[in-house]
Design a protein around this ligand. Structure first.
Ligand code: FES
Length: 355
Protein backbone atom coordinates (compact mmCIF):
# COMPACT_ATOMS: atom_id res chain seq x y z
CA UNK A 1 0.00 0.00 0.00
CA UNK A 2 1.54 3.36 -1.01
CA UNK A 3 0.80 6.67 0.67
CA UNK A 4 -1.40 7.62 -2.28
CA UNK A 5 -3.76 4.79 -1.30
CA UNK A 6 -4.09 5.92 2.31
CA UNK A 7 -7.12 8.02 3.21
CA UNK A 8 -6.13 11.58 4.16
CA UNK A 9 -7.66 11.37 7.68
CA UNK A 10 -5.43 8.37 8.53
CA UNK A 11 -2.16 10.20 7.72
CA UNK A 12 -0.18 11.32 10.80
CA UNK A 13 -1.15 14.86 11.85
CA UNK A 14 1.33 17.66 11.11
CA UNK A 15 3.71 15.45 9.13
CA UNK A 16 3.92 17.76 6.14
CA UNK A 17 4.61 20.78 8.34
CA UNK A 18 7.46 18.87 9.90
CA UNK A 19 8.93 18.31 6.48
CA UNK A 20 9.35 22.02 5.95
CA UNK A 21 10.30 22.51 2.35
CA UNK A 22 9.55 18.93 1.32
CA UNK A 23 7.99 19.00 -2.08
CA UNK A 24 8.36 22.75 -2.40
CA UNK A 25 10.05 23.89 -5.59
CA UNK A 26 11.93 27.13 -6.02
CA UNK A 27 11.59 28.69 -9.45
CA UNK A 28 14.67 29.80 -11.34
CA UNK A 29 15.06 33.55 -11.60
CA UNK A 30 17.80 35.99 -12.57
CA UNK A 31 19.52 35.84 -9.19
CA UNK A 32 19.35 32.08 -8.92
CA UNK A 33 19.43 30.61 -12.41
CA UNK A 34 19.11 27.01 -11.22
CA UNK A 35 15.74 25.92 -9.95
CA UNK A 36 15.71 23.94 -6.70
CA UNK A 37 14.07 20.62 -7.57
CA UNK A 38 13.02 20.20 -3.91
CA UNK A 39 12.30 16.87 -2.26
CA UNK A 40 9.94 14.37 -3.86
CA UNK A 41 6.54 13.99 -2.13
CA UNK A 42 6.85 12.09 1.10
CA UNK A 43 5.76 8.44 1.01
CA UNK A 44 4.22 7.38 4.32
CA UNK A 45 5.08 3.91 5.56
CA UNK A 46 2.37 1.43 6.33
CA UNK A 47 3.46 1.34 9.94
CA UNK A 48 2.85 5.12 10.23
CA UNK A 49 -0.81 4.79 9.34
CA UNK A 50 -1.72 1.25 10.30
CA UNK A 51 -1.33 0.34 13.96
CA UNK A 52 -1.63 -3.37 13.13
CA UNK A 53 1.34 -3.16 10.75
CA UNK A 54 3.32 -1.24 13.39
CA UNK A 55 2.55 -3.93 15.98
CA UNK A 56 3.65 -6.60 13.50
CA UNK A 57 6.98 -4.81 12.92
CA UNK A 58 7.45 -4.47 16.67
CA UNK A 59 6.95 -8.21 17.13
CA UNK A 60 9.40 -8.95 14.28
CA UNK A 61 12.07 -6.77 15.88
CA UNK A 62 11.48 -8.38 19.27
CA UNK A 63 11.66 -11.83 17.66
CA UNK A 64 15.04 -11.02 16.07
CA UNK A 65 16.42 -9.75 19.40
CA UNK A 66 15.08 -12.87 21.14
CA UNK A 67 16.72 -15.03 18.48
CA UNK A 68 20.01 -13.24 19.19
CA UNK A 69 19.64 -13.99 22.91
CA UNK A 70 18.95 -17.67 22.22
CA UNK A 71 21.93 -17.87 19.86
CA UNK A 72 24.21 -16.37 22.52
CA UNK A 73 22.93 -18.91 25.06
CA UNK A 74 23.56 -21.59 22.41
CA UNK A 75 27.11 -20.25 21.96
CA UNK A 76 27.82 -20.58 25.70
CA UNK A 77 26.19 -24.01 25.86
CA UNK A 78 28.21 -25.24 22.86
CA UNK A 79 31.42 -24.00 24.41
CA UNK A 80 30.68 -25.89 27.62
CA UNK A 81 29.08 -29.03 26.20
CA UNK A 82 30.86 -29.91 22.95
CA UNK A 83 34.19 -31.68 23.12
CA UNK A 84 36.95 -30.06 20.99
CA UNK A 85 37.71 -33.54 19.53
CA UNK A 86 34.21 -34.14 18.19
CA UNK A 87 33.83 -33.79 14.44
CA UNK A 88 30.69 -33.64 12.31
CA UNK A 89 29.87 -33.75 8.62
CA UNK A 90 28.55 -30.45 7.27
CA UNK A 91 27.58 -30.08 3.65
CA UNK A 92 29.40 -28.66 1.61
CA UNK A 93 32.36 -28.18 3.97
CA UNK A 94 32.75 -31.87 4.77
CA UNK A 95 34.09 -33.11 8.11
CA UNK A 96 34.85 -30.33 10.50
CA UNK A 97 35.19 -29.66 14.22
CA UNK A 98 31.73 -29.74 15.85
CA UNK A 99 32.78 -27.18 18.44
CA UNK A 100 34.11 -24.66 15.91
CA UNK A 101 31.05 -25.11 13.75
CA UNK A 102 28.64 -24.59 16.65
CA UNK A 103 30.52 -21.57 17.97
CA UNK A 104 30.71 -19.97 14.53
CA UNK A 105 27.08 -20.64 13.75
CA UNK A 106 25.64 -19.42 17.05
CA UNK A 107 27.82 -16.31 17.21
CA UNK A 108 27.01 -15.51 13.58
CA UNK A 109 23.27 -15.84 14.22
CA UNK A 110 23.48 -13.76 17.41
CA UNK A 111 25.25 -10.87 15.68
CA UNK A 112 23.17 -11.06 12.52
CA UNK A 113 19.89 -11.06 14.49
CA UNK A 114 20.92 -7.95 16.46
CA UNK A 115 21.84 -6.15 13.22
CA UNK A 116 18.70 -7.26 11.36
CA UNK A 117 16.50 -6.26 14.33
CA UNK A 118 18.08 -2.82 14.54
CA UNK A 119 17.73 -2.23 10.80
CA UNK A 120 14.11 -3.37 10.75
CA UNK A 121 13.33 -1.19 13.76
CA UNK A 122 14.93 1.87 12.12
CA UNK A 123 13.23 1.31 8.76
CA UNK A 124 9.72 0.64 9.99
CA UNK A 125 9.19 2.19 13.42
CA UNK A 126 11.66 5.00 14.08
CA UNK A 127 10.82 8.56 13.10
CA UNK A 128 10.32 9.01 9.37
CA UNK A 129 10.83 12.75 9.14
CA UNK A 130 12.75 14.04 6.13
CA UNK A 131 14.87 17.06 6.89
CA UNK A 132 16.41 19.51 4.42
CA UNK A 133 19.53 21.18 5.75
CA UNK A 134 20.38 24.29 3.78
CA UNK A 135 23.98 24.71 2.75
CA UNK A 136 25.45 27.95 4.02
CA UNK A 137 27.70 30.19 1.95
CA UNK A 138 31.36 29.34 2.44
CA UNK A 139 32.72 32.91 2.43
CA UNK A 140 32.57 34.87 5.65
CA UNK A 141 29.90 37.60 5.88
CA UNK A 142 31.10 41.16 5.09
CA UNK A 143 31.02 42.17 8.79
CA UNK A 144 33.40 39.33 9.72
CA UNK A 145 35.76 40.20 6.90
CA UNK A 146 35.86 43.87 7.85
CA UNK A 147 36.44 42.87 11.48
CA UNK A 148 39.41 40.67 10.55
CA UNK A 149 40.86 43.47 8.42
CA UNK A 150 40.36 46.00 11.20
CA UNK A 151 42.01 43.62 13.73
CA UNK A 152 44.96 43.14 11.38
CA UNK A 153 45.42 46.89 10.90
CA UNK A 154 45.10 47.42 14.62
CA UNK A 155 47.75 44.72 15.28
CA UNK A 156 50.12 46.27 12.72
CA UNK A 157 49.59 49.68 14.33
CA UNK A 158 50.20 48.38 17.83
CA UNK A 159 53.38 46.56 16.76
CA UNK A 160 54.67 49.87 15.33
CA UNK A 161 56.07 48.01 12.31
CA UNK A 162 55.42 50.97 10.03
CA UNK A 163 57.20 53.38 12.34
CA UNK A 164 60.10 51.19 13.50
CA UNK A 165 61.62 50.53 10.11
CA UNK A 166 64.85 49.17 11.58
CA UNK A 167 62.98 46.41 13.40
CA UNK A 168 60.83 45.65 10.37
CA UNK A 169 63.79 45.34 8.00
CA UNK A 170 65.89 43.20 10.33
CA UNK A 171 62.89 40.98 11.03
CA UNK A 172 62.35 40.39 7.32
CA UNK A 173 66.08 39.67 6.98
CA UNK A 174 65.97 37.14 9.82
CA UNK A 175 62.88 35.43 8.40
CA UNK A 176 64.47 35.22 4.97
CA UNK A 177 67.71 33.73 6.22
CA UNK A 178 66.42 31.23 8.76
CA UNK A 179 65.31 28.64 6.10
CA UNK A 180 68.94 28.45 4.99
CA UNK A 181 69.66 26.34 8.09
CA UNK A 182 67.37 23.69 6.57
CA UNK A 183 69.28 23.83 3.29
CA UNK A 184 72.54 23.33 5.17
CA UNK A 185 71.12 20.22 6.81
CA UNK A 186 70.81 18.65 3.35
CA UNK A 187 74.59 18.20 3.48
CA UNK A 188 73.92 15.42 5.98
CA UNK A 189 72.43 13.35 3.18
CA UNK A 190 75.96 12.32 2.27
CA UNK A 191 78.53 13.20 -0.39
CA UNK A 192 77.37 14.01 -3.90
CA UNK A 193 77.64 11.06 -6.29
CA UNK A 194 79.42 13.22 -8.90
CA UNK A 195 80.12 10.97 -11.90
CA UNK A 196 80.43 7.75 -9.88
CA UNK A 197 77.14 6.44 -11.20
CA UNK A 198 78.24 6.95 -14.77
CA UNK A 199 81.32 4.76 -14.51
CA UNK A 200 81.87 1.16 -13.57
CA UNK A 201 84.88 -0.92 -12.61
CA UNK A 202 85.40 -1.88 -16.25
CA UNK A 203 88.38 -0.31 -18.01
CA UNK A 204 90.56 -1.04 -21.00
CA UNK A 205 92.54 -4.25 -20.46
CA UNK A 206 90.47 -5.60 -17.52
CA UNK A 207 89.94 -9.32 -17.94
CA UNK A 208 86.45 -10.81 -17.79
CA UNK A 209 86.37 -13.12 -14.76
CA UNK A 210 83.77 -15.86 -14.37
CA UNK A 211 81.56 -15.05 -11.35
CA UNK A 212 81.23 -18.71 -10.40
CA UNK A 213 84.78 -20.01 -10.85
CA UNK A 214 86.60 -16.71 -10.26
CA UNK A 215 88.78 -17.55 -13.28
CA UNK A 216 89.48 -15.40 -16.33
CA UNK A 217 87.45 -16.51 -19.31
CA UNK A 218 88.85 -17.77 -22.61
CA UNK A 219 86.72 -17.49 -25.76
CA UNK A 220 86.62 -21.28 -25.93
CA UNK A 221 84.97 -21.38 -22.45
CA UNK A 222 81.85 -19.67 -23.83
CA UNK A 223 79.66 -22.23 -25.59
CA UNK A 224 76.85 -21.33 -27.96
CA UNK A 225 73.57 -21.18 -26.04
CA UNK A 226 75.15 -20.72 -22.62
CA UNK A 227 74.84 -17.65 -20.39
CA UNK A 228 77.93 -16.73 -18.38
CA UNK A 229 78.08 -14.09 -15.68
CA UNK A 230 81.29 -12.13 -15.30
CA UNK A 231 82.93 -9.44 -13.19
CA UNK A 232 86.02 -7.31 -13.81
CA UNK A 233 89.40 -8.68 -12.86
CA UNK A 234 90.53 -7.36 -9.47
CA UNK A 235 87.05 -6.99 -7.98
CA UNK A 236 86.91 -9.45 -5.07
CA UNK A 237 84.02 -10.34 -2.82
CA UNK A 238 85.84 -9.29 0.30
CA UNK A 239 86.44 -5.77 -1.07
CA UNK A 240 84.66 -3.11 0.91
CA UNK A 241 83.12 -1.65 -2.23
CA UNK A 242 82.29 -5.01 -3.81
CA UNK A 243 78.50 -4.73 -3.58
CA UNK A 244 78.50 -1.15 -4.86
CA UNK A 245 80.78 -1.94 -7.75
CA UNK A 246 79.25 -5.26 -8.81
CA UNK A 247 75.82 -3.61 -8.83
CA UNK A 248 77.07 -1.57 -11.78
CA UNK A 249 79.66 -3.85 -13.37
CA UNK A 250 77.83 -7.21 -13.45
CA UNK A 251 78.10 -8.61 -16.96
CA UNK A 252 76.50 -11.38 -18.94
CA UNK A 253 78.28 -13.09 -21.80
CA UNK A 254 76.63 -15.01 -24.59
CA UNK A 255 78.02 -16.59 -27.74
CA UNK A 256 75.95 -16.11 -30.89
CA UNK A 257 76.64 -17.17 -34.43
CA UNK A 258 78.18 -14.02 -35.96
CA UNK A 259 75.75 -14.28 -38.89
CA UNK A 260 72.85 -14.07 -36.40
CA UNK A 261 73.96 -10.68 -35.07
CA UNK A 262 71.79 -8.09 -36.78
CA UNK A 263 73.28 -4.94 -35.27
CA UNK A 264 76.54 -3.78 -36.86
CA UNK A 265 77.86 -2.03 -33.75
CA UNK A 266 77.12 -5.12 -31.70
CA UNK A 267 79.10 -7.21 -34.15
CA UNK A 268 82.03 -4.78 -34.04
CA UNK A 269 82.06 -4.83 -30.23
CA UNK A 270 81.91 -8.61 -30.02
CA UNK A 271 84.60 -11.25 -30.38
CA UNK A 272 83.89 -14.22 -32.65
CA UNK A 273 80.19 -13.89 -31.85
CA UNK A 274 80.75 -13.50 -28.08
CA UNK A 275 78.83 -10.48 -26.84
CA UNK A 276 78.97 -8.93 -23.38
CA UNK A 277 76.09 -6.92 -21.98
CA UNK A 278 75.27 -5.29 -18.67
CA UNK A 279 73.30 -7.66 -16.48
CA UNK A 280 71.45 -4.75 -14.83
CA UNK A 281 67.96 -4.24 -16.22
CA UNK A 282 67.37 -0.75 -17.58
CA UNK A 283 63.91 -0.61 -16.00
CA UNK A 284 64.60 -0.43 -12.27
CA UNK A 285 67.85 -2.33 -12.04
CA UNK A 286 67.03 -5.97 -11.31
CA UNK A 287 69.68 -8.49 -12.34
CA UNK A 288 68.72 -10.26 -15.56
CA UNK A 289 69.02 -14.00 -15.30
CA UNK A 290 66.96 -15.82 -17.92
CA UNK A 291 68.24 -16.57 -21.42
CA UNK A 292 66.28 -18.15 -24.22
CA UNK A 293 68.90 -19.55 -26.59
CA UNK A 294 66.62 -20.17 -29.60
CA UNK A 295 65.43 -16.59 -29.80
CA UNK A 296 68.51 -14.98 -28.14
CA UNK A 297 66.16 -13.16 -25.77
CA UNK A 298 67.05 -12.37 -22.17
CA UNK A 299 64.26 -11.77 -19.69
CA UNK A 300 64.25 -9.72 -16.51
CA UNK A 301 62.33 -11.64 -13.84
CA UNK A 302 61.11 -8.52 -12.05
CA UNK A 303 58.67 -7.05 -14.60
CA UNK A 304 59.34 -9.24 -17.63
CA UNK A 305 61.28 -6.77 -19.75
CA UNK A 306 62.72 -8.75 -22.64
CA UNK A 307 65.81 -7.79 -24.62
CA UNK A 308 66.98 -9.19 -27.96
CA UNK A 309 70.69 -9.95 -27.67
CA UNK A 310 70.98 -10.56 -31.40
CA UNK A 311 69.81 -7.02 -32.13
CA UNK A 312 71.76 -4.69 -29.86
CA UNK A 313 69.81 -5.90 -26.78
CA UNK A 314 66.92 -3.66 -27.76
CA UNK A 315 63.75 -3.91 -25.69
CA UNK A 316 61.14 -6.07 -27.38
CA UNK A 317 58.73 -6.32 -24.44
CA UNK A 318 58.12 -4.82 -21.02
CA UNK A 319 58.61 -1.54 -19.22
CA UNK A 320 62.38 -1.09 -19.70
CA UNK A 321 63.10 2.23 -21.38
CA UNK A 322 66.16 1.39 -23.42
CA UNK A 323 68.55 -1.33 -24.58
CA UNK A 324 71.10 -2.95 -22.29
CA UNK A 325 74.52 -1.29 -22.54
CA UNK A 326 77.09 -3.40 -24.37
CA UNK A 327 80.71 -3.77 -23.24
CA UNK A 328 83.24 -3.76 -26.04
CA UNK A 329 85.47 -6.81 -25.70
CA UNK A 330 88.54 -8.34 -27.31
CA UNK A 331 91.20 -10.91 -26.45
CA UNK A 332 94.33 -10.25 -24.41
CA UNK A 333 97.82 -11.38 -25.40
CA UNK A 334 97.33 -14.38 -23.10
CA UNK A 335 94.18 -15.38 -24.91
CA UNK A 336 91.62 -14.25 -22.31
CA UNK A 337 88.56 -12.13 -22.95
CA UNK A 338 89.22 -8.53 -21.92
CA UNK A 339 87.30 -5.25 -21.86
CA UNK A 340 88.30 -2.62 -24.39
CA UNK A 341 86.97 0.16 -22.17
CA UNK A 342 84.13 1.00 -19.81
CA UNK A 343 80.48 0.91 -20.84
CA UNK A 344 79.80 3.77 -23.22
CA UNK A 345 76.65 4.76 -21.34
CA UNK A 346 75.40 4.54 -17.74
CA UNK A 347 74.10 1.10 -16.81
CA UNK A 348 70.76 0.40 -15.19
CA UNK A 349 67.63 2.54 -15.11
CA UNK A 350 67.20 5.17 -17.81
CA UNK A 351 67.12 7.97 -15.21
CA UNK A 352 70.89 8.32 -15.24
CA UNK A 353 70.99 8.90 -18.96
CA UNK A 354 69.09 12.12 -18.44
CA UNK A 355 71.21 13.34 -15.54
S1 FES B 1 63.56 -4.27 -13.35
FE1 FES B 1 63.62 -5.41 -15.14
S2 FES B 1 61.68 -5.28 -15.92
FE2 FES B 1 61.56 -4.09 -14.14
Amino acid sequence: MSSQDIPEEKLPAGRDQEHGAAGAMAVADEENPFADPGLPPHEHRRQDVDEKAAKHSERTVALLFTLSMLATIGFIASYVAISPDKSIYVFPVGHTSALNFALGLTLGVALFAIGAGAVHWARTLMSDVEIADERHPIEAPPETRSKVLADFKQGAKESALGRRKLIRNTMFGALTLVPLSGVMLLRDLGPLPHTKLRHTAWAKGKLLVNMNTNEPIRPSDVAVGSLTFAKPEGLEEHDEEFQTEIAKAALMIVRLQPENIKDKKELDWSHEGIVAYSKICTHVGCPISLYEQQTHHVLCPCHQSTFDLSDGARVIFGPAGHALPQLRIGVSEDGYLEALGDFAEPVGPAFWERG
